[in-house]
Design a protein around this ligand. Structure first.
Ligand code: NAD
Length: 338
């Protein structure tokens, strides 16, 4: 997509607003739209032209880019939904061959369904969720994980490279979402493991620095330890040094882990750690941790250890069954940055 392409940018929230602005600055002709007027006002004040309706935004667009909270919102917008004021289905409101580029973080199955609907309607489709948070959205340094046909990925690559510094084609439709949730499942599980190890080390009389010096140069090495270290001190830039201001908010970790659980369920993979991590972060988020960096889970583990010397918080029983039909509500959030 050349940099004079026209982009309908739908969803001008915490992520979408700054992403749209970066496209404008790079010369793309952007028509923004959000169902929340305040989000439109904020984007407009920054210099993003906004449309009066979704239909107006997508009229004549080369690319329809969506940045919503949930897969249901994406599917509703694609299909159209009775009662969604002023919003016809985007698939029907666009000329054939339009590129539908969804950057929301949603279920793999929903991403595949969205692509199927787009292609069935004569359009092109790429899923490209991001990591890097609001800071990355503002700086244009996001990582995009993309799924779709190679030629469609190549078509959107220049546009993604405006908004991000790393763009990876992960495979066919839904592969971008798959890569994101697999990565974040590793991250959620490893953060809990690192946090438990630090609390255990405290009880055993180890200093944080001693454990860090050993594990960071040994087989316990991982990003949760060496970059986002959950205790203050060893990694001065980690959120633990600023009272766990995110960073990557626990609410978003809970959301992504639940998307991973849904994928474990739908594929029949007998994964236990991801499901357990989802329960731990769900509870932590519900009990006041939603807006804190996800590494603050260590405060929860430490608190429970202090309270009873072994009595674990609900949801941490490794033998517990995963709730039947556990589905993510892909809506989050307090808008905390990743
Ligand atoms: P947000 O709630 O701030 O923004 C979403 C926006 O979409 C809202 O303003 C909402 O009004 C709008 N919207 C919903 N339906 C719409 C429709 N039909 N038409 C037009 N606008 C519509 O959420 P966010 O923090 O910007 O996150 C967006 C996505 O990015 C989520 O899927 C999230 O998981 C993912 N993500 C967020 C972060 C982060 O740090 N916030 C990091 C990585 C990925």
């Amino acid at each position: 997509m050349p940099d004079n392409s026209s982009v309908a940018f739908l969803g001008l929230g915490h992520m979408g607003g700054p992403m749209a602005l970066n496209l404008v600055r790079a010369g793309y002709r952007v028509a923004g739209f959000d169902v929340v007027p305040a989000a439109m006002d904020a984007a407009q004040a920054q210099g993003v032209a906004v449309a009066a309706s979704a239909a107006e935004a997508v009229a004549g667009a080369d690319v329809v880019l969506t940045m919503f909270r949930s897969g249901q919102e994406v599917l509703d917008a694609y299909r159209g939904r009775a009662g969604h004021a002023g919003q016809p289905g985007l698939l029907a409101a666009t000329q054939p061959g339009t590129m539908f580029l969804d950057c929301s973080t949603i279920n793999v199955d929903e991403a595949r369904e969205a692509s199927r609907l787009a292609i069935e309607a004569g359009h092109r489709s790429v899923d490209a969720p991001v990591s890097g948070g609001v800071v990355g959205a503002e700086a244009g340094t996001l990582t995009f994980m993309a799924g779709g046909e190679v030629e469609d990925f190549e078509a959107v690559r220049p546009l993604l490279e405006v908004m991000g510094k790393r763009v990876v084609h992960c495979g066919g439709h839904g592969a971008g979402q798959a890569a994101k949730i697999c990565n974040n499942m590793i991250l959620g599980v490893s953060m809990i493991a690192v946090s438990e190890a630090f609390v255990l080390g405290e009880k055993l009389g180890l200093t944080h620095q001693a454990l860090f010096d050993v594990a960071s140069a040994a087989s316990g090495q991982c990003w949760a330890l060496t970059t986002n270290c959950p205790v203050p001190g060893p990694v001065p830039t980690s959120p633990a040094n600023r009272d766990y201001q995110p960073g990557f908010a626990a609410a978003l970790m809970a959301k992504d882990l639940n998307l991973a659980v849904n994928a474990l369920d739908s594929t029949g993979v007998a994964g236990q750690m991801g499901a357990l991590a989802a329960r731990i972060y769900d509870r932590f988020a519900a009990e006041g941790g939603a807006g804190r960096d996800f590494s603050a889970i260590i405060t929860d583990i430490r608190g429970a250890s202090e309270r009873q010397g072994g009595d674990r918080p609900a949801g941490e029983d490794a033998e517990a069954e995963r709730p039947a039909g556990h589905r993510a509500t892909t809506a989050h959030d307090d808008g905390s940055p990743e």
